[in-house]
Design a protein around this ligand. Structure first.
Ligand SMILES: *Cc1c(COP(=O)(O)O)cnc(C)c1O
Length: 352
C-alpha cells in the first residue's frame, strides 16, 4: 500500500514510512492511495472472530508490504493482551436499539490505548536493531500523554518527551505520566501554561529546522495514520455483532481532532455498511457548524468538562476534505493556506 499526502507534494511512502513520519513534509497528512474493499463474505466471517483476528483482517491490507499476517497478529496479540476485559472492547446494550462500545479497558483507561498500544509496538518493530532513533514530542491535557507514555515506556529505539500544563491535568493522569520509571520517558510540566501553550511549543519545535534537523522527530497524536488504522477495527468488530453486513449500523462519536470518527469513514469506504456517522461535539462546535453550514471557521476555545473535545481546529478533518473533495492535493493545499491566513474557509459542495 502506498501512502500519499493530502497536500500532494510530499514523497509517497510505504506503511513503515508513513508510521514513522507523522506529519507529511508538505504540511499535509498521509492517507492510503486507494481504499482496500472487503467483500460481504469477508465482513460476515468476522462475526465469530476474536478482536485480534478482526484486527488482522481489517489492517492487513494497509500493512501488507511491511508486515506478514503472522507478524501483524503477533503485534496485535501483544497490544491487546493488557486490556482488562476479555472482549477487549465489549459492546454493552443500553436499551432496545442503543449499544455502547466500551473502549476504556486499556491500561490507562483512555480510549486512546486502543490505538497507542499498537503504535508503540510498531515503532519498536520498525526501529529495533537499526540506526534509526525516534524522538517523540507531544503536548497533552491528560489522555494522550498517559496513553502514549504507557505505550512507549521501555520500547527500544524511541524516546518520548511529553509536555503538560502544570496543575491543569487530572491528578490520576499526572501520576500515570510521572510515576513511570523508564529511561526513555521524559515529562515536562510547564508552569503557568495552558494546553494551547504546550501545543504551541511542540509545533515550534517541529518548525525550527535548526533544532529539529538534529533529531528524527515524530508525533503520537492522531495525525499519525497508524493510529487511525487501529481504530477502524472496532467499527467492524461492533457492526458485525449488530448484524452487519446485512444491517447498517449508525455510530455516534464524541469528536475532537476528528480521528475516531474519520476511522468510521474509513470503515465505510472499506465496505462496512454504516447508516450514519454522528459527529458529536461539545460547545466547541466548529465541526457541527462546518458540516451544517459549509463555513469552517475557528473561534476561541471554551474550556469544558470534556477537555479532549475542546478544539477549534480539527487536524484530521483535512483527511475527510481530501477524500470526499476529489483527492486534489494542490487544491487542498491552497484551501488550507487560506484557512491558516483567515482562520476560516468555505467548504466546496463536494466536501459537504
Ligand atoms: C481523544 C478523545 C476524544 C477525541 O477524539 P478524536 O479522535 O480526537 O476526535 C474524545 N473523547 C475522549 C475521552 C478522548 O480521549
Amino acid at each position: 500500500m502506498r501512502y500519499v499526502s493530502t497536500r500532494g507534494t510530499a514523497p509517497v511512502l510505504d506503511f513503515e514510512g508513513a508510521t514513522l513520519a507523522g506529519l507529511a513534509a508538505d504540511g499535509g497528512l498521509y492517507l492510503p492511495e486507494t481504499w482496500p474493499v472487503l467483500t460481504r463474505d469477508e465482513i460476515a466471517a468476522m462475526a465469530g472472530m476474536s478482536y485480534v483476528d478482526t484486527a488482522v483482517a481489517v489492517m492487513h491490507p494497509f500493512v501488507g508490504d511491511t508486515l506478514t499476517r503472522a507478524e501483524l497478529r503477533e503485534l496485535c496479540s501483544r497490544a491487546y493482551a493488557g486490556f482488562g476485559h476479555d472482549a477487549v472492547v465489549p459492546l454493552v446494550q443500553l436499551d432496545a436499539r442503543h449499544w455502547l462500545l466500551e473502549l476504556f479497558h486499556g491500561p490507562t483507561l483512555a480510549f486512546k490505548d486502543v490505538a497507542l498500544q499498537l503504535l508503540g509496538l510498531l515503532f519498536e518493530r520498525f526501529l529495533a536493531g537499526g540506526t534509526n532513533h525516534l524522538t517523540v514530542i507531544g503536548a497533552t491535557s491528560g489522555d494522550t500523554g498517559s496513553a502514549a507514555i504507557d505505550a512507549l515506556a521501555g520500547r527500544m529505539g524511541v524516546e518520548i518527551f511529553m509536555l503538560h500544563p502544570a496543575g491543569r491535568v487530572s491528578e490520576v493522569q499526572r501520576r500515570q505520566m510521572t510515576s513511570v520509571h523508564a529511561p526513555n520517558v521524559f515529562n515536562i510540566a510547564l508552569d503557568g501554561a495552558s494546553f494551547d501553550d504546550a501545543q504551541a511549543l511542540v509545533k515550534a519545535m517541529f518548525a525550527d529546522r535548526a533544532f529539529s534537523s538534529g533529531f528524527r522527530l515524530s508525533a503520537v497524536n492522531s495525525i499519525n495514520w497508524a493510529r487511525l488504522m487501529a481504530q477502524v477495527v472496532y467499527y467492524f468488530h461492533a457492526a458485525v455483532r449488530l448484524g452487519a453486513p446485512d444491517r447498517a449500523v449508525a455510530f455516534s462519536v464524541p469528536t475532537g481532532n476528528f480521528g475516531d470518527v474519520f476511522a468510521g469513514h474509513v470503515a465505510a469506504r472499506m465496505g462496512l455498511p454504516i447508516a450514519k456517522l454522528v459527529v458529536a461535539t461539545n460547545v466547541n462546535d466548529i465541526l457541527h457548524r462546518a458540516l451544517s453550514t459549509g463555513d469552517y471557521a475557528s473561534g476561541p476555545v471554551v474550556a469544558t468538562q470534556t477537555p479532549s473535545m475542546d478544539i477549534q481546529i480539527s487536524s484530521n478533518f483535512e483527511r475527510l476534505l481530501f477524500d470526499v473533495g476529489g483527492r486534489d492535493g494542490p487544491a487542498l493545499a491552497a484551501q488550507m493556506a487560506g484557512f491558516d491566513a483567515a482562520r476560516a474557509m468555505r467548504l466546496t459542495d463536494a466536501q459537504r
